[in-house]
Ligand binder design. Structure first.
Ligand code: SF4
Length: 162
């Protein structure tokens, strides 16, 4: 008896795929983001940073949102963690930064760091803004440069390093 694989392309319709991959939590709007960011104390020795595996300067980016500098907030996040947009959705913040937030001791409700992080990164991704430029490829520039001496002579190729 043979058992054939039931793996096949296109078994799910577009509606089912959209439903399965929909966001679990709705995004913050500008007003909610401003209110939520104003809950942060901008702690000097912020325990939320200590708890973040990527060391994002959380009070700094929240300050950016609170002052309507959302692009600057995104730059702070993505400089520390280029996957910051994804981490805002999948990181277990309830065990990391949000668990460490001092607001837990006062109101038993932390600053919603992940939602604010998502707000900032979505702002630049959905707006199509470029925050970083590609580094100059110095070796490529060198390869294209003419070598002094005979016309058309190029420098010898570099040997691969072991
Ligand atoms: S611990 Fe909470 S209140 Fe303090 S800086 Fe971090 S997010 Fe803000």
């Amino acid at each position: 008896m043979t058992t054939g694989s039931d793996i096949a392309a296109g078994r799910l319709g577009a509606d089912r795929i959209a439903e399965d991959f929909a966001e679990i939590h709705p995004p913050l709007d500008r007003r909610t983001a401003l209110i939520e960011s104003s809950r942060c104390y901008f702690c000097y020795d912020a325990p939320c940073i200590e708890a973040c595996p990527t060391g994002i300067d959380i009070p700094a980016f929240i300050k950016g949102i609170a002052t309507d500098n959302v692009k600057g907030a995104a730059q702070t996040i993505l400089t520390a963690n280029i996957m910051g947009g994804m981490c805002a959705r999948v990181c277990p913040v309830e065990e990391l930064c949000e668990d460490a937030c001092v607001r837990n001791h006062q109101e038993e409700k932390p600053v919603t760091i992940s939602a604010l992080q998502r707000y900032a990164t979505d702002h630049v991704f959905l707006g199509g803004e470029q925050l970083f430029s590609r580094a100059v490829d110095r070796q490529a520039r060198c390869r294209g440069r003419r070598w002094p001496g005979r016309p058309g002579l190029r420098p010898p190729p570099r040997r691969a390093r072991p």
